[in-house]
Design a protein around this ligand. Sequence first.
Ligand SMILES: Cc1cc2nc3c(=O)[nH]c(=O)nc-3n(C[C@H](O)[C@H](O)[C@H](O)COP(=O)(O)OP(=O)(O)OC[C@H]3O[C@@H](n4cnc5c(N)ncnc54)[C@H](O)[C@@H]3O)c2cc1C
Length: 473
Amino acid sequence: MSKTDSSPGFSPATPDFLSRLEQIVGGDGILTDDVALDGYGRDETEDLCFLPEAVVLPRDRRQVSQVLAWANESRVPVTPRGAGTGLSGGALPVHRGLVLSLERLDRIRSIDSDNLTAEAEAGVVTAELQRRVDEHGLLYPPDPASRETCQLGGNIAEDSAGPRCCLYGSTRRWVMGLEAVKPDGTILKTGSRNRKDVAGYNLTQLLIGSEGTLAVVTAATLRLTPRPAATLTLALPFDHLEPAAEAVCEIFRRGHSPAACELLERGAIQAVAASHPVPAQLSESEALILIELHGDDPEGLLERAAALAATAELVGGYEVLLAQEITEQRRLWEIREKVGEAVKERSLYKEADAVVPRSALADLVRQARRTAADHGLEAICYGHAGDGNLHVNLLQGDLDAEAWQTARDAAEEELFRAVVALGGTVTGEHGIGWTQRRYLPLAVGDTALETMVSIKRLFDPRGILNPGKIFVE
Ligand SMILES: Cc1cc2nc3c(=O)[nH]c(=O)nc-3n(C[C@H](O)[C@H](O)[C@H](O)COP(=O)(O)OP(=O)(O)OC[C@H]3O[C@@H](n4cnc5c(N)ncnc54)[C@H](O)[C@@H]3O)c2cc1C
């Protein structure tokens, strides 16, 4: 679906505007051909496309600053972009103007093994940073499933997480300081490399998760940790979904402290099994919990695994599968990593990134099934159960486009209202972006919403940076 919304109040990117831009970034730093505009007009959110007027590819902070200053002066909207793997339409240029891609800011500036920090530019691919710090025996834990393509700037803008964030926390816990450019082109440095720093307001944490609406991140100082000496993976199949959800809660209540704790329901397992080998004892289960344990010695981990398996069995788990070899562990985690792609192959879907307190996971799953059925849809739930965060995929199935849109909008709203009533919230890691804006007021009160809008105005009085995101205009 291609759209070309234009907004009153913004100016078009005229030839004069583009020619000044070209002076800033050079001829190869600006793209206006149809293929580029189409490619940069999409991210991984559904089949949405909003064509920008131009794509600009600065090489450094100075160019980012000059591009923003010029766009701000000219009132041309700017949408920052990392790798375009976002799932809430945050990188879509919904008011046209410029897409500002950070892909060329891809240097890892330093890795400091003494202080366990790294400094990297926004366009560094997450997995590339992880491989580089691994060479030093270190770990940068945030592990979104998209880590082979997504970029640190995008992770910071979304406060992205992944399975291991269950133990280590999401991106925000690993960012100590930022280098960013405000919409008027001024450069802002926040935080520091110090492990303790309470000098003034915490602007670093304010920018993390702000979805590219307050400033463009050009580089970050990141916290690292020594890589764990031993890891182990457990697959816990269940005959029913509810006891699996209850087992997740019990695992934490008994202090097993997994590094990752993911839940897949039958639909997710079957979707993967259609095109990928899944051990029979897992593919036939109604629900599957995947656990990763981190520790200092393999023997200690085996003891922890046995205790954890006993807890799962108490709640209805059976035939626990244990993987010690790294390749076996990878094979199990591939099942989880392939779910998104596998569901997409089955049907067009809308993903609700629902979060509830862990004790309400079973209620969330029941509610998702009930809501989907009431609207003639299928729901497939999977995700970061250890964080109470399940991706509820609502599938189009056989519905025609119109019926699908009506059903999914109604089902999603009903689901989010129920999620909030369970004490949860409307996004755990994918952000509000463009597609979830109408649900933000369900999750935050009027005063919080007004405060957020005031902060946006303070950073971006002309409203040129990523307009149309987070708030309903
Ligand atoms: C297969 C798949 C698996 C995924 N798995 C996970 C997962 O496990 N966990 C998870 O949290 N997410 C996941 N995601 C979602 C997505 O990968 C993350 O949100 C990711 O952080 C986006 O990074 P990106 O570089 O692609 O950013 P983009 O999609 O390009 O942009 C995302 C947002 O960040 C803003 N932005 C990008 N760069 C900057 C910058 N330098 N400064 C300011 N703003 C910026 C954009 O304007 C936009 O609002 C997944 C997506 C896919 C397709």
